[in-house]
Design a protein around this ligand. Structure first.
Ligand code: UTP
Length: 288
C-alpha cells in the first residue's frame, strides 16, 4: 500500500513570469480552483491522505489555502450559505498536509531529497505541483495498482507527437504490455532522430526509498541543478524501473499556452460555462 505522497512546489515558475513574481504558479487557478488543489485531490482520490508539500520562498499562500479560514467560514455561516461553507471545509479537511521548505532551489531531485525523513522506509508517490492529469481513474491510482503487482519504481509517461520529443524527457525500453515498459534508458530532450520512443515523462512517479542515497550523491546536472532524471538513471543501473503510459491527459500548467488551453477545456466541461463559452469562442473565431 502506498500511503504517502510528495508534491514538489518550490520552483520559481520563470516560464510564467510576471504572474509568478510574487505568487506561486501552483496557486494559479484553473477557473476557480488552484492547480495544486487538483493535485492534492488526485492524491486523495488515489487513497493517499498523508502529503508532504515541498514549499519555499514566496509559497506561503499554499499553506494558507489548505488551512482553516475562520473569517470566511463565519461569513458564510452567517449568510447561511451552506454550499460555500462546505467547499471551504472540504479544502481544509482534504488530507493531512505537511510542509517542508526547500531553502535553496537546487532542482527537482533536491526537492524530493527533502522528503527522506517523511517517507522513511516506505514507497511513495510524487506528483508535480504544477501538473494536472485529467483522467477517469486518477493517474496516481493507476500507478499504485501497477506498483502493487511489480514492486518497482514507476515513471508516468505519455505519448507525444514526434516533432515534440525534443522538449521532454523521453524513455526507452521493452514493452511488456500495452501500457507498461521495462525501462532501459532515459534521455533528456533528445533530437527526434536520437529519441528511443515518443514516450515523454509526465509528472507523476512512484518511488522507493532506494532513491534517497542516490539523490544524496547525484552531482549537479543540467541547469546546475540536482536532476531527478539523473538519479533515476543511476538507480536504473542496479534496479528495475518501469514506465507506465497513463490513461488520461496531462496538463503542464507552468506553460502559458497550456494554461490557457486547459482553462478553456475545463470550463467547457462545467455546466454553468459550457454554453455561453462555446458561443463566445465561435463568435470571436468568426470575427478573426
Ligand atoms: P519545473 O522545472 O516545471 O519548475 O519543476 P520551475 O523550475 O518552477 O519552472 P520554470 O521552468 O522556472 O517555469 C516541476 C515542479 O517541481 C518543483 C516546481 O515547483 C514544479 O511544481 N520544483 C522545481 C521544486 O520544488 N524545486 C526545485 O528546485 C525545482
Amino acid at each position: 500500500m502506498i500511503k504517502k505522497a510528495v508534491i514538489p512546489a518550490a520552483g520559481l515558475g520563470t516560464r510564467f513570469l510576471p504572474a509568478t513574481k510574487a505568487q506561486p504558479k501552483e496557486m494559479l487557478p484553473i477557473i476557480d480552483t488552484p492547480v495544486i488543489q487538483y493535485v492534492v485531490q488526485e492524491c486523495v482520490d488515489s487513497g493517499i491522505e498523508d502529503i508532504l508539500i515541498i514549499s519555499g520562498k514566496g509559497k506561503r499562500s499554499i499553506e494558507d489555502h489548505f488551512d482553516r479560514n475562520f473569517e470566511l467560514e463565519a461569513r458564510f455561516q452567517e449568510k447561511d450559505d451552506e454550499s460555500l461553507f462546505n467547499q471551504l471545509r472540504h479544502i481544509e479537511n482534504m488530507a493531512h498536509i505537511h510542509f517542508i521548505r526547500q531553502k535553496e532551489l537546487n532542482g527537482l531531485g533536491d526537492a524530493i531529497y527533502h522528503a527522506r525523513f517523511h517517507c522513511g522506509n516506505e514507497p511513495f508517490a510524487v506528483l508535480l505541483g504544477d501538473t494536472i492529469i485529467d483522467s477517469v481513474i486518477p493517474a496516481t491510482q493507476q500507478m499504485i495498482d501497477t506498483f502493487e503487482q511489480y514492486r518497482q519504481p514507476i515513471i508516468a509517461v505519455e505519448n507525444v507527437p514526434a516533432e515534440k520529443v525534443s522538449r521532454y524527457g523521453i524513455v526507452g525500453g521493452t514493452m511488456i504490455s500495452k501500457k507498461l515498459l521495462q525501462l532501459n534508458e532515459m534521455i533528456e530532450k533528445p533530437a527526434v532522430d536520437k529519441a528511443p520512443s515518443t514516450l515523454a515523462v509526465a509528472g507523476r512517479y512512484i518511488l522507493t526509498p532506494d532513491i534517497f542515497p542516490i539523490l544524496e550523491k547525484t552531482p549537479r546536472g543540467k541547469g546546475n541543478e540536482i536532476q531527478l532524471t539523473d538519479a533515476l538513471r543511476i538507480l536504473l543501473k542496479h534496479h528495475g524501473i518501469m514506465a507506465q503510459i497513463i490513461e488520461g491527459k496531462r496538463h503542464d500548467l507552468g506553460d502559458k499556452l497550456e494554461f490557457l488551453k486547459t482553462t478553456i477545456e475545463f470550463a467547457l466541461k462545467r455546466d454553468e460555462f459550457a454554453k455561453p463559452l462555446r458561443e463566445f469562442l465561435k463568435q470571436i473565431i468568426r470575427e478573426k
